[in-house]
Design a protein around this ligand. Structure first.
Ligand code: ADP
Ligand code: MG
Length: 161
């Protein structure tokens, strides 16, 4: 259903230009653009055309430019960089494992539940058993959806490439 917000402009760039100080190279020249609320926008251009620079200006990471960047009140920007900053003290495998920690935790909880099924404290208490079954079903869905059973295999395979 169409709402007022559909035609609301939440972001504008007004006459933005950018010149690299060191070599006086002009990367962006007099850019005007506006985003509607809810719009999905792609920026297309050759390598070095200035896409990343434009995004960094939108994100507020690049502040050396001429012109204006305007957000409607109440709106802000999130930025997902192309080259993420990785922790230099960690190995690649550690970084990847951290990223899948939630999957590892899910597998661990699943195994803990399986152990509990064999404990009198649980199997002698129907209420506790019901809770275990319910939680097990939830975890099973998460595990299936993320192909978590194969996580170790997938990490090992990725490391060999
Ligand atoms: N900090 C910088 N110093 C010097 N040149 C830069 C800097 N950032 C970008 N450039 C130059 O500006 C141009 C646009 O870069 P960029 O925005 O990364 O383009 P794109 O993302 O479209 O490939 C390129 O020629 C690049 O070499
Ligand atoms: Mg780029």
């Amino acid at each position: 259903m169409a709402t007022v917000d559909d035609k609301k402009i939440i972001f504008s760039m007004v006459g933005v230009s950018k010149t690299i100080q060191q070599n006086q190279k002009q990367i962006l020249k007099n850019i005007y653009l506006s985003f509607y609320y809810g719009a999905k926008i792609g920026i297309i251009g050759l390598n070095g055309a200035g896409k990343s620079t434009l995004m960094k200006i939108i994100a507020g990471l690049e502040t050396q430019y001429q012109g204006q960047v305007v957000f409607a009140p109440g709106y802000s920007v999130g930025y997902l960089p192309q080259d993420p900053q990785l922790d230099p003290t960690k190995t690649v495998k550690e970084v990847v494992q951290e990223g899948v920690q939630h999957v590892v935790d899910t597998l661990k909880e699943f195994e803990e539940i399986n152990l509990k099924f064999g404990m009198p404290e649980y199997y002698e208490d129907p209420e506790k058993m019901d809770k275990l079954f319910a939680r097990q079903a939830e975890l099973q869905d998460i595990i299936d959806a993320t192909d978590a059973w194969n996580l170790d295999n997938r990490l090992e395979r990725a490391m060999e490439w």
